[in-house]
Design a protein around this ligand. Structure first.
Ligand code: SAM
Length: 248
């Protein structure tokens, strides 16, 4: 890490799990709940692709239930960490969620923890949803945990701090967000203390606030039957779940 540069997910990947463990993110409960949703809809999925899989925490759970599980992320570092976690049972791909082509379909395609929010605009939203939809097989499901919609965002933004400890050292991440021209701008300041000393760095995201209707439209345009779930126990946050079904 270098001082005061704006870093990507990849460069901060080593600290990603520590931060979300400290936030008690329930990967196991979320993944199990999503499978339950699919099964309660009458499907018996055998294959699943998790797009923007990060360090593979959801995939780890999916792989315990399904035979044929794959993940994709555009960060080399994230894919490496996921590979270390998952071993050979899960096929991992480096690719961009707006344009990948794995040449096959899956019973379920997921894109979780608001990773879809990393598209820049409407055009990229449609491209990403269409790309994922092309990988959904007959009677299959597309499950996208959306980014915040305009009605769910705190106008004044939020400030928070997370601290965590790992074998490498201790980390603190302070965050501040604000709404700007239809997007939520998020800035994180990181301080990592290890035996080598202390390094500080920054992370910056600008994530568009699409409406629920716009998300649904993207799924319909991609040729799937679109619906939206709120208050799904599996996803405790306030973001809902965007669902596409390939029918017939
Ligand atoms: C908030 S993290 C979520 C990771 C994981 N799904 C989870 O639940 O922990 C967002 C992920 O999206 C990935 N990402 C961002 N932009 C991407 C893109 N254009 N294509 C593929 N992955 C992307 C990042 O590398 C990161 O792993």
């Amino acid at each position: 890490m270098s001082d005061d540069a704006s870093l990507s997910y990849g460069e901060l990947a080593a600290w990603y799990d520590a931060i979300y463990d400290a936030r008690s993110k329930d990967y196991a409960g979320e993944a199990a709940g999503l499978l339950e949703l699919v099964r309660s809809g009458g499907s018996q999925p055998r294959s699943l692709l998790d797009v923007a899989c990060g360090t593979g925490r959801h995939l780890e759970v999916f792989a315990g239930h399904l035979d044929d599980v794959a993940g994709l992320d555009n960060s080399t570092e994230m894919v490496i960490l996921a590979g270390e976690r998952l071993g050979r049972d899960v096929t991992l791909h480096e690719g961009d969620l707006r344009s990948f082509d794995l040449g096959r379909t899956f019973d379920v395609v997921t894109c979780l923890f608001s990773s879809i929010g990393h598209v820049a605009d409407d055009e990229e939203l449609d491209a990403a949803v269409a790309t994922m939809a092309r990988h959904v097989g007959a009677d299959g499901w597309l499950l996208i945990e959306p980014w915040l919609t305009p009605d769910r965002v705190d106008e004044g933004g939020r400030r928070d701090v997370v601290t965590a400890e790992t074998q490498e050292g201790v980390v603190a991440r302070v965050g501040s967000s604000h709404v700007d021209a239809g997007a939520l701008v998020i800035e994180f300041g990181w301080a990592v203390a290890s035996p080598a000393g202390v390094v500080t760095t920054q992370e910056h995201h600008r994530m568009p606030l699409f409406t629920q209707e716009r998300y649904l439209e993207a799924v319909s345009r991609a040729g799937l039957v679109a619906s939206w779930y709120d208050d799904l126990p599996a996803l405790g946050d306030r973001r809902g779940l965007l669902v596409g079904r390939r029918e017939g």
